[in-house]
Ligand binder design. Structure first.
Ligand code: ACO
Ligand code: ACO
Length: 150
């Protein structure tokens, strides 16, 4: 499936972004400073990704989400591989992704694709979100940062 830049995010894009991150305010910030791409099916987005530079050398995947009926078919894998190509093409040295400590599927997927855990942002989800987040039956508090050299 083809990956194309997202022009103006529609309601469908927002539904996907909000699957990955409940903060509209943070997502807006990532979009303003970053690059958004998508995979479509029947002209509707079914997979989205936002890549935001953190410095001259570091690109961070700030949001990645796949529509519920399309999960576990390799769509996120395709988007993550694209992010690596994009980072390489644009001369970044490091590709970063952050996820919840309770996000077991995501931690599996990111490590499978070569990311290594480099940092824990303790209480990130307590400090930056007004409502508590529950995932896998656990209270999500800490962010795990993973990185790979390009
Ligand atoms: N535990 C471990 N592995 C699992 C689990 C599980 N509970 N469930 C599925 N998997 C495996 C699958 O078997 C597959 O592995 P395989 O390729 O070895 O068979 C892998 O996880 C999933 O790979 P994809 O199919 O490429 O991923 P998918 O298209 O389903 O997208 C995503 C993954 C983006 C996490 C999707 O589930 C989603 O949108 N979730 C909700 C939003 C979200 O959490 N986004 C990420 C937040 S972090 C961020 O945005 C920076
Ligand atoms: N992903 C997420 N959760 C899972 C998975 C999975 N793949 N598989 C099972 N679980 C859940 C179960 O549903 C259960 O949760 P619940 O109580 O909410 O339903 C929980 O994990 C398991 O809890 P217990 O039944 O109390 O644990 P168990 O008696 O099975 O023991 C242990 C766990 C010690 C890890 C056992 O599987 C084991 O001996 N594994 C091999 C040795 C090992 O890895 N030991 C730990 C190494 S670290 C150390 O020793 C310090």
């Amino acid at each position: 499936m083809q990956i194309t830049p997202t022009k103006i995010p529609t309601e469908k894009h927002w539904q996907l972004y909000l699957r990955a991150d409940p903060s509209k305010r943070l997502i807006q910030k990532y979009l303003q400073n970053g690059f958004a791409f998508e995979i479509d099916d029947n002209r509707e987005p079914i997979g989205v990704i936002i890549l935001t530079p953190q410095s001259e050398n570091e690109l961070e995947i700030k949001n990645i989400a796949v529509a519920e009926g399309h999960e576990n078919q390799g769509i996120a894998t395709q988007l993550l591989k694209y992010a690596r190509h994009f980072a390489k093409f644009h001369g970044y040295e490091t590709l970063t992704i952050g996820t919840g400590s309770t996000s077991f599927k995501q931690l599996y997927l990111y490590q499978k694709l070569g990311f290594r855990i480099t940092e824990v942002k303790k209480d990130f989800f307590v400090k930056n979100y007004s409502e508590p987040i529950y995932e896998s039956g656990l209270h999500l508090q800490d962010m795990i940062l993973l990185r790979q050299k390009i």
